[in-house]
Ligand binder design. Structure first.
Ligand code: NAP
Length: 437
């Protein structure tokens, strides 16, 4: 019998559990730990609430969690409840699937002003993450700015501009739904430090901006290269650029009360305001021969009482695990950090790729673990989940098994407002109570 602990119950964690379970069959005990009482990580707290079809992949993870030999243990905090050393003592291998939950800082003057928010915090707020339930973003302002040209920037701009009716069928939490319904934001500027050809936005997500009820996207035609140059683009990027061209051709739209304005070649230099964000000073850029943005010296101000930086994420240091400050994650080779210690997903690769990218990642690390422990090999005699259970009990911890998550989920679905899929519980004590703890 082998024992593996996976820390983190998002996509990377569950794909790894699935792969290990297939590789070892009944010869393995897999514990998937999460610091929150609820599973699915990025699916629950990162994927936008109006992208329910993407969230549906949780059904696949549920199947894994219900596989014999696999346990979900929520409300178990690596660091506070159990250390890496202890997990390595009880389990044959430990896999970090802890994601990249920290916002990368802009690192410019004024980035600590009130009204400047990282995307992890804002997305966590509208998705009901307990850490951000009290964020209270300043939505009483008329101008917001979103920094970054990736899909998270699109999510944020779209959520900030949707009407209440457009949230039908979503699982946006009540506090965010109400705050957004009363929002005074009318102009959202998406700042990209490079140009339309360098966006990291995928076509489907970008196209959604053209179909909003009250908001219209706006692109300055002068920012777009000549159309014939599009032929050299990779097909996905060409489609994205086609959307930008369509937005530019449509121009400002009468009858739409909100504008999502793309501002390309605009590098944030500073955020200014009297005690809180009021404007961003940006520098006009041009692309250098290496394709990177070079400042031109020309600066201007973009009004913004709310600034959301969507410039990527980092993983936090974990005591006992090597950490690369510059990369913001755990240095590893093909997922191996150290003897019997692995990383998958964003903890392994950094914050890029789709949910599906985590699948081969998890399978590769599972193969490495399987190679380490070939069938018929000497058992290590490690205590596995029984050992962890005893340790957690001795520490007065209160792990939440999958069956109790199912009670939490049933309570959330039962509490759904009319037209929504669920009303997420956003406080850990409420989650525990609904789970029967
Ligand atoms: P991302 O795709 O890496 O985009 C980050 C953006 O931030 C880039 O445009 C980057 O510009 C910009 N940036 C970085 N540092 C900056 C700085 N100091 N100042 C100004 N701009 C800066 O990251 P993401 O949007 O956080 O998304 C993370 C991953 O999740 C991506 O793989 C994304 O596709 C995925 N995702 C997918 C969906 C979906 O499929 N629906 C939704 C959300 C997220 P440069 O290019 O110039 O560096």
């Amino acid at each position: 019998m082998r024992h593996v602990a996976i820390v983190g119950s998002g996509p990377a964690g569950f794909y790894t559990a699935e792969a290990l379970s297939k590789a070892f069959g009944s010869g393995i005990g897999i514990d998937v730990l999460d610091r929150l009482p609820v599973p699915y990580g990025l699916i629950r707290f990162g994927v936008a609430p109006d992208h329910q079809s993407i969230k549906a992949v949780a059904k696949r993870y549920e199947k894994v969690a219900l596989t014999p030999g696999v346990r979900f243990l929520g409300n178990v905090h690596l660091g506070a409840d159990v250390s890496i050393e202890e997990l390595l003592h009880y389990y044959d291998a430990v896999v970090l699937a802890t994601g990249a939950p920290l916002d990368r800082r802009l690192g410019i003057p004024g980035d600590d002003l009130a009204g400047v928010i990282g995307s992890a915090a804002l997305v966590g707020w509208y998705n009901g993450h307990p850490d951000f339930a009290d964020l209270d973003p300043p939505l009483g302002v008329s101008h917001a700015a979103v920094i970054g040209n990736g899909n998270v920037a699109l999510d944020v701009a779209r959520i900030l501009s949707k009407t209440p009716a457009e949230f039908a069928g979503s699982d946006i939490v009540a506090h965010a739904f109400e705050a957004l319904a009363n929002s005074a934001v009318r102009t959202i500027t998406i700042l990209g430090r490079r140009g339309p050809y360098q966006i990291a936005m995928t076509p489907k997500e970008l196209g959604e901006l053209g179909c909003l009820e009250a908001a219209a996207p706006l692109v300055d035609p002068a920012d777009l290269p000549p159309p014939e140059a599009d032929a050299a683009l990779e097909p996905g990027q060409r489609k994205s650029v086609e959307h930008l061209r369509a937005f530019a051709a449509a121009g400002p739209q009468e009858g739409k009360s909100k504008t999502i304005a793309f501002d390309f070649f605009a590098k944030p230099l500073a955020i200014e305001g009297e005690g809180r964000a009021e404007r961003i000073i940006v520098e006009r850029t041009a692309l250098g021969p290496d394709g990177q943005a070079r400042g031109t010296g020309e600066t201007y101000a973009v009004p913004a009482g709310l600034v959301v930086s969507c410039i990527g994420y980092a993983s936090p240091p974990i005591p006992g695990v090597p950490y690369d400050e510059a990369l913001g994650r755990y240095p590893n080779e093909g997922g191996r950090i150290a003897e019997r210690l692995y990383a998958v997903g964003w903890a392994r690769r950094g914050p890029t790729g789709t949910i599906g990218t985590n699948r081969p990642d998890g399978y590769e690390v599972a193969e490495r673990i399987a190679a380490l422990f070939p069938p018929g090999g000497e058992p290590s005699g490690r205590a596995g989940g029984d050992g962890l259970d005893r340790l957690l009990e001795s520490r007065g911890c209160d792990p939440v098994p999958f069956a109790d998550w199912q009670k939490i989920e049933a309570a959330e679905v039962a509490a759904a407002r009319a037209g929504f899929t669920r009303e997420k519980l956003v406080r850990v004590p409420d989650m525990l109570k609904a789970g029967g703890h």
